[in-house]
Ligand binder design. Structure first.
Ligand code: NAD
Length: 236
């Protein structure tokens, strides 16, 4: 387990042109998320749900990592055992910044992947439509494929990994999340040292629980954060 957790949300990818959940504009507004992101979406609105994720997957193709992803990737590559990169994001911008798939813990799934609804076999389909992968059926078992994304109301198996990482965490860094989905307050209370970086205050985050608070763009905050990480590790 790592001493440092870098925990990110939609805000870290905002400057790469991927809209956050609550921002206006973008794909989130074209669709009713309660219709296409819910635990019963595939049952009730299968084609619309698949279309929504197909569009979001395609939308990632021309997106580039930004300075914040790039610096975090460099830090993780430099200190692979000391840093855990944990994200709520389903995009592939940490991978585009140079991290291997296994170096990023995606709590809510990964947009480039589809998963069999029966045998859970996972296939990376890049930016293609789900239907372009064996007509939407699992090759090993023949059952239907689905986006490998955690929908609202579904279990998130990777939360167990987050909980394990938190046990050994000494330095918790939060970047670009409103804290509405994963409660970061509890973790900040639990660890010795913490930083919060968001563009603006969130009602769901009690910023007095953090040792340092940076309300600015992630690309403007990341150098200071990287310096704090380097200092923390040099003191160990
Ligand atoms: P959110 O939309 O609820 O909150 C975004 C936060 O980022 C806000 O607190 C805002 O102040 C901050 N922010 C915006 N621009 C920023 C910037 N340039 N620099 C730093 N901070 C910035 O996002 P969330 O908390 O991650 O929750 C949304 C859920 O939706 C997550 O579960 C996530 O999986 C999903 N989602 C993912 C993506 C993605 O993969 N890129 C995009 C949208 C939503």
């Amino acid at each position: 387990m790592s001493k440092i957790i870098i925990f990110s949300g939609a805000g870290i990818s905002a400057e790469s042109g991927i809209s956050t959940f609550r921002d206006s504009g973008g794909l989130w507004e074209e669709y009713d998320v309660s219709v296409v992101c819910n635990h019963d979406s595939l049952e009730k609105n299968e084609s619309l749900t698949i279309e929504f994720y197909d569009k979001r997957r395609l939308d990632l193709e021309d997106k580039e990592s930004n300075y914040a992803h790039d610096i975090i990737a460099d830090l993780k590559n430099k200190y692979p055992n000391d840093i855990a990169v944990i994200t709520q994001n389903v995009d592939n911008l940490f991978q585009k910044a140079g991290l291997k798939q296994e170096d990023v813990i995606h709590l809510h799934g990964f947009m480039n992947e589809v998963r069999c609804q029966e045998c859970s076999d996972i296939v990376n389909i890049g930016y293609r439509s789900l239907y372009d992968s064996n007509n939407g059926f699992c090759k090993p078992c023949g059952a239907k494929l689905r986006p490998n994304i955690v929908f609202f109301g579904e279990a998130a198996p990777m939360y167990e990994v987050l909980n394990k990482e938190v046990q050994d965490c000494e330095f918790f860094i939060v970047i670009g999340t409103s804290g509405n989905v994963v409660g970061v307050n509890m973790i900040a209370q639990f660890v010795e040292k913490s930083i919060l970086n968001n563009y603006e205050q969130s009602d769901a985050i009690d910023d007095v629980l953090f040792d340092k608070v940076l309300y600015k763009k992630a690309t403007d905050a990341i150098e200071e954060i990287a310096q704090d990480i380097e200092e923390f590790l040099s003191e160990q």
